[in-house]
Design a protein around this ligand. Structure first.
Ligand code: WTA
Length: 635
């Protein structure tokens, strides 16, 4: 038997060693014993980081939804697959069994086919956290269509950019969404986006809020009427191991968001294996990840990882603050949640409201707590451990990325001793390295450097959709023969890793990755703005907030500054979404630049951090005089 479920620290070391000494043999055994294949592979792994090209399980054939659904029907047909908790706390939760989910996915898949969707076509999904979101993802996978989920908080411009980049033929959306006491007109946003998307032929619309929306004749279809006509079984499309499964966009340091492409077999094996072990998932557990399926965390650890393991996975439509800040704990009590996985920003927001709302609820069902998305600070870690875990539930601080597809550095609960703010040790099969700026690997403990991965793992993204060169430049060029993560990390005296944060121009705000370039582009569209630069600064709930330095054209200098700030934030909301709004905007007469004209964000960051006394030598700047002015007027 292979080591599918690790149960002790000793076993972790044993299995880890095995996975490093013979990665191919190790992954072959895991793949062989725990998944359903239509045809086995000819070759476990071929790779070349210089191209870069990575292939896992070449020659194998499968369908990931057969692994998520069909193979559970005989043993778990009546078990709840998806437990849907709606926004309205008084509305009933919905328990969707494996049998029902199978039927819903089949019907949806047939509806996609009836609108001409075929293997390889891209389908953009822009839905709130309702069951149709998971169902549509699986329906695409069942027929081999490539799903690209766009988080339903993005604006029309952000949506159309993504639709056009992956050349999606269809968009799946709803008439609107609930968010606490508010509703959001998703269909209106889609209509606006589609004005710029000539490649989209059809839009499927789920009914959620019963708003009176416009349906465009010949393009828009009510989902329900297609489902009513659809047959409840749909044979799987047989996929090759390396066929695309999905594209998911993530922000980069510069330019357009990157469409990370994930493929079928390796992603399935790794997301399932990590899910089982990182959450110590057992058959009757009720697992809840609070992320949105619009992010990678939702793809791997709400949909695929749990369902491949036959788990019960909770989908929550609402927000942590509605009807009050006790909602999460109420849900934990109501559904007897055993694993709870959330982001540090949510923990900080809830901690701010004290422990009264926590104490009202019985949290004794909890066994494992997880965190993801950004470094967790010491205070939040302890609050989580003491008040939610009652010092009994281990916290798994899981480090990973959209690009990695699955969790990379993490404790194994009940095995790895945890340490506040440390993601601890590499997961099975993962070979991290810390590099110095000159490209040398730092082999000792008690060092910090740039975090790289030396060897392929099954769920790594294979390319950036439509731009392989950018994939190579971004991830495989900084250090020879290594995948560069963009993060800094330190390794302590026993070899535990702590992620210190991004070393590039990506800023993580409330767990969402934001690139500076698209935000600056949005600001620069304002007619009064000459130039701008964005940096992050520490924020007690969001982790980081955005600080914008903006220089105005002469014509803008007489304008009311508060109005300008509002207009700038409105532009950002329109172009990207409200998550990218700036907390502080400082108008300046210039931005510090190098002699070659590059904006020195490092200096602006120090100033926003209130560390202007540590600027170092600025005499080599093109315009050192602007620095004093910026420091004097800092907000
Ligand atoms: C950061 C989310 C510290 C990191 C799964 C990474 C973390 C980026 C952690 C990827 C963690 C994620 N501790 N930092 N446990 N988890 N990050 O693509 O900077 O949305 O590069 O994937 O989030 O964010 P993404």
């Amino acid at each position: 038997m292979s080591n599918y479920h690790i149960k002790s620290f000793e076993e972790y070391f044993q299995v880890y060693r095995k996975s490093i000494e013979n990665p191919e043999g190790f992954w072959e055994e895991i793949a062989e014993e725990h998944f359903t294949w239509r045809k086995k592979w000819n070759n476990v792994l071929s790779w070349d980081f210089t191209k870069p090209e990575v292939k896992w399980f070449e020659g194998a054939q499968l369908n990931i939804t057969e692994n998520c659904l069909d193979r559970h029907l005989s043993t778990r047909g009546d078990k709840t697959a998806i437990l849907f908790e709606p926004n309205d706390p008084n509305a009933p939760a919905e328990h969707i069994t494996y049998k029902q989910l199978h039927e819903r996915v089949c019907k949806f898949a047939n509806a996609l086919k009836s609108k001409g969707i075929q293997k390889g076509d891209r389908v953009c999904i822009y839905l709130p956290m309702i069951p149709e979101l998971a169902v549509s993802v699986l329906a695409c996978a069942r027929i081999g269509a490539v799903h690209s989920v766009v988080f339903a908080g993005f604006s029309a411009t952000a949506l159309s950019t993504r639709i056009n980049d992956c050349d999606a033929k269809m968009v799946i959306t709803s008439d609107g969404s609930y968010r606490g006491t508010k509703t959001i007109d998703l269909k209106g946003i889609v209509d606006e986006a589609l004005e710029d998307c000539p490649g989209v032929d059809s839009v499927l619309v789920a009914k959620r809020i019963n708003s009176g929306i416009q349906m465009k004749e010949g393009r828009d279809y009510w989902l329900q009427s297609l489902l009513d006509d659809a047959y409840g079984d749909c044979t799987i499309e047989i996929m090759n191991a390396e066929d695309p499964l999905f594209i998911l966009y993530t922000s980069g340091s510069t330019g357009m968001p990157k469409g990370m492409l994930h493929t079928t077999a390796g992603y399935m094996v790794y997301s399932a294996y990590t899910f089982k072990n990182v959450f110590d998932y057992r058959e009757n557990d009720v697992y809840w990840c609070t992320a949105d399926i619009g992010w990678i965390t939702g793809h791997s650890y709400i949909v695929y990882g749990p369902l491949v393991n036959g788990a019960t996975t909770v989908m929550f439509e609402g927000v942590p603050s509605y009807p009050d800040f006790g909602r999460f704990w109420k849900i934990v009590e109501k559904h007897k949640i055993t694993q709870f996985y959330t982001a540090p920003t949510a923990i900080r927001a809830l901690a701010k409201h004290g422990t009264k709302l926590v104490e009202k609820h019985d949290l004794s069902s909890l066994k494992v707590l997880g965190t993801v998305g950004e470094p967790i600070n010491e205070e939040a870690w302890h609050w989580y451990n003491e008040n939610i875990g009652k010092k009994k539930s281990p916290i798994v601080d899981t480090w990973w990325q959209t690009e990695t597809g699955g969790i990379m550095i993490t404790p194994i609960p009940f095995s790895t001793p945890t340490k506040p703010t440390y993601a601890t040790l590499p997961f099975i099969g993962i070979q991290p390295a810390l590099m110095d700026e000159n490209g040398n690997e730092l082999n000792d403990n008690q060092v910090d450097g740039r975090l790289c991965i030396k060897y392929p793992w099954p769920s790594m993204a294979r390319t950036i959709w439509g731009n392989h060169q950018r994939y190579k430049d971004t991830y495989f060029s900084a250090f020879e023969n290594m995948y560069f993560t963009g993060d800094g990390a330190l390794r302590d005296e026993v070899g535990y890793y702590r992620i210190t944060g991004r070393v590039d121009d990506v800023i993580i705000v409330s767990g969402h990755n934001l690139g500076t370039a698209p935000i600056e582009d949005a600001i620069n569209e304002h007619q009064a703005v000459a130039e701008s630069a964005i940096v992050g600064f520490p924020h007690d709930v969001k982790g980081n907030a955005l600080y914008g330095y903006v220089t105005l054209k002469d014509s803008g200098e007489s304008r009311d500054q508060d109005n300008l700030r509002k207009e700038i934030n409105q532009l950002i909301t329109d172009r990207i979404g409200p998550i990218a709004k700036l907390d502080k905007i400082q108008f300046t007469n210039g931005l510090p630049k190098t002699r070659s004209g590059k904006i020195m964000r490092r200096i602006l960051r120090k100033i926003a951090f209130n560390e202007a006394d540590q600027l170092g030598d600025i005499s080599t700047l093109l315009n050192p005089e602007v620095v004093d002015e910026i420091i004097t007027n800092v907000i």
